[in-house]
Design a protein around this ligand. Structure first.
Ligand code: 5GP
Ligand code: ZN
Length: 114
């Protein structure tokens, strides 16, 4: 999608510090980290939100979680603990309309989120 920021990051038209990449997914460091480790994990296919997730793409959800596990191990937050967050829609504060998982760790996280 031409005016999607995360699609531009996938296409390397906007720079980002990449943590993991393969043909299906991309993980990169958040520009405004909310924890010592704050990665954004996205499918390369443009899907705007959970509301727009097609049934035939359900496999990518499981796959993204396996990549989150791999990233957490590599970034050494798997044992201390980490959080996966999807902000979906306005009330949740979704600012970028390309589905993304926040991978947050490296400090004690508060619950519930604000
Ligand atoms: P949301 O609020 O949609 O769940 O999360 C969007 C995230 O994207 C925010 O945490 C924000 O800091 C991050 N972000 C916004 N613009 C950029 C950018 O240009 N580069 C990177 N790496 N992250 C960005
Ligand atoms: Zn996109």
């Amino acid at each position: 999608m031409t005016d999607c920021l995360f699609c531009k990051i996938i296409e390397k038209k906007v720079p980002a510090k990449i943590a993991y990449e393969d043909d299906k997914v991309l993980a990169f460091h958040d520009i405004s980290p909310q924890a010592p480790t704050h990665i954004l994990l996205i499918p390369k296919k443009h899907i705007a939100s959970i509301n727009d997730l097609p049934e035939q793409d359900s496999a990518i959800i499981g796959y993204l979680h396996l990549i989150a596990k791999k990233l957490a191990q590599e970034l050494k937050i798997d044992q201390s603990g980490f959080r996966l967050v999807i902000n979906n829609g306005l009330d949740a504060g979704q600012a970028v309309s390309h589905i993304h998982w926040h991978v947050l760790g490296g400090r004690k996280l508060q619950w519930p989120p604000g």
